[in-house]
Design a protein around this ligand. Sequence first.
Ligand code: GAP
Length: 443
Amino acid sequence: MPDPEAAPDAPSDLLEKVVGLCKRRGFIFQSAEIYGGFRSTYDYGPLGVNLLRNVKNAWWEAMVQRRDDVVGLDAAILSPPAVWEASGHLSNFTDPLVDCRNCHQRWREDKIDGVCPNCGSTEFTEARAFNLMFKTHAGPIENEGAVAYLRPETAQGMFINFANVLQTTRKKPPFGIAQVGKSFRNEITPQNFIFRTREFEQMEMEYFVPPADAQTWFEYWLEQRYRWYIDLGIPESELRLRHHHGDELAHYSAATADVEFLFPWGWDELEGIANRTDFDLVAHATASGERLEYFDQASGERYVPHVIEPAAGASRTMMAFLMSAYHEDEIDGESRTVLRLDPTLAPYQVAVLPLSKKETLEPLARQVLTSLQPHFMCDYDVTQSIGKRYRRQDEVGTPWCVTVDFDSLEDQAVTIRDRDTTEQVRVPIGELVADLGHRMHRV
Ligand code: GAP
């Protein structure tokens, strides 16, 4: 693991470049742009939606599909106050809010080191606790009885369904419940593009364990989660694990460590791995009157499991993958921008490019496209010179371009061009799916 204090300098304009690329190529748009934009809210365009989906799928594959001790869940976003009273969010899920006495801007006190980032003043109002949950009303009457909240984390869905999942799956600790979905927080200072937004996606798993094993599983999940980012291509020099100090811990946590990424503004959190003890199950059992515990029929043992929680942000993680993959290099004396995304994450795995617009190539190129589409997310591009089209695909991270040329009509073969090496090889069309599949799983 790298020295946590050795933070290599990230290029200062990297954020600007990635934001520019995201807009130019249709990864991410400002939400409600035609109405002047809605601050801190983003829409994922044709490429962004693929990338984000691939990030979530990669997480689901590692956390659910490849394990027999974790099951999935998709719980409601709207929930009644009782859930958030019991979880402690109504009283504790707050940020300290201060107003600058000079320019009247509002800030999170813990993020500004006593100096107003807008005007430099050091005079502030007393800090007030500002609850981050979005409150709304369910039904036509806007009274107290109709209050509902948009969930600020997906985690509570797993706790309140603990007994349902236990009964229906017959799992026994250690086992986990995983969920991917939207969460909402009324952040005081949303910032840094999609890093901190008011609406975002989380990928969370609650792993229920016998209390005596909590520390062992905490360490296990730290290692697993750190590895996941490395395996998907983020270099170790851009990742670190940071353990929280006592005064940083959330109200439910006995121990937390963050996986941090070296963003252009410094190290910042991608994911928190927390030992939540039995806090949540006890809280919901007490408030609901339901038994939220595990009874081992074989041993006659009854206990409330402790919980280890790896909690990652999908949108934030997508941003880290983009930052890490962004490179500028030179090919044959020509500069290019290339996203060296892992092929499982890339918005398109393959681009099918007929060498010329001539109608003679189109039927075969379309045939090749159709044969690849069941296996890979494909783009099809006929406009501009082949060189320009390669650059366009490099810029959005497509690992392989398949070029159909006039020889293809004769030899029923095509050229595969590799994004990273720019190497080109000729492959029979009949072997294309297997060849690309092999490449996809090898890298
Ligand atoms: N259930 C525990 C929990 O929600 P958290 O550290 O508050 O813990 C987990 O959130 C992850 O969710 C964070 O590490 C981050 O990646 C993501 N996240 C939290 N707030 C976010 C926001 N406002 N915008 C984008 N991602 C956010």
